[in-house]
Design a binder for this molecule. Structure first.
Ligand code: ADP
Ligand code: MG
Ligand code: ZN
Length: 179
């Protein structure tokens, strides 16, 4: 098998986790050996499962640093990584190493933070990936396709775990309102 890097990106509620789970379940049906990783800090729905907002889920291994993937993925043919924006800057190198070994690497994560800036290692991954899928949510204010994640709470840190109470997907126009 030829290795490759696939990136699934977009704002919160755009269906990144759903799409990641869809691709990984099909790989499992094809009897490929699949491993899924997520940052140990993401405990919103479950400590070990990757869970979409629709409550679709798949069992995963929580890890602290991206290099742990290299140690924990022997004999794996397909690797899924969710919430990749929370990982360190080594993640693009880790993914390239895996892909160079013949592994199909599928990475899902936010492309922009709540300020609309490129988020963590995702921009670099988008540059080095063979395939980039950028998806949209539905703007909760006007119904247009939403590319941005609007923070509803008055907190300035980039890393703020949250759900519907803290973030909502918005289009560019609605994102720039009340700013
Ligand atoms: P992500 O991983 O990108 O945050 P998920 O895959 O977890 O997204 O969830 C996507 C699901 O969220 C959709 O299929 C839909 O059921 C639900 N959803 C809730 N609010 C919205 C919205 N404003 N736009 C799109 N989907 C939404
Ligand atoms: Mg998700
Ligand atoms: Zn809008």
């Amino acid at each position: 098998q030829r290795g490759s890097i696939e990136v699934i990106c977009g704002p919160m509620f755009s269906g990144k986790t759903e799409e990641l789970i869809r691709r990984l379940k099909r790989a499992q049906i094809a009897k490929l050996k699949v491993e899924i990783f997520k940052p140990a800090t993401d405990i919103r729905y479950d400590a070990t499962a990757v869970v979409s907002h629709d409550l679709n889920s798949i069992q995963s291994t929580p890890i602290e640093t991206s290099s742990a993937i290299l140690l924990l993925s022997s004999n794996t043919q397909v690797i899924g990584i969710d919430e990749a924006q929370f990982f360190d800057d080594e993640l693009p190198n880790v993914c390239a190493t895996l892909a160079n070994k013949g592994i199909r690497v599928i990475v899902a994560g936010l492309d922009m933070d709540f300020k609309g800036n490129p988020f963590g290692p995702i921009p670099k991954l988008m540059a080095v990936a063979e395939f980039v899928t950028k998806i949209t949510a539905v703007c909760v204010r006007c119904g247009a396709p939403a590319s941005h994640s609007y923070r509803l709470v008055e907190r300035q840190e980039t890393f703020l775990l949250g759900e519907k109470e803290s973030y909502e997907p918005r289009c560019r126009v609605c994102f720039n309102l009340d700013k």
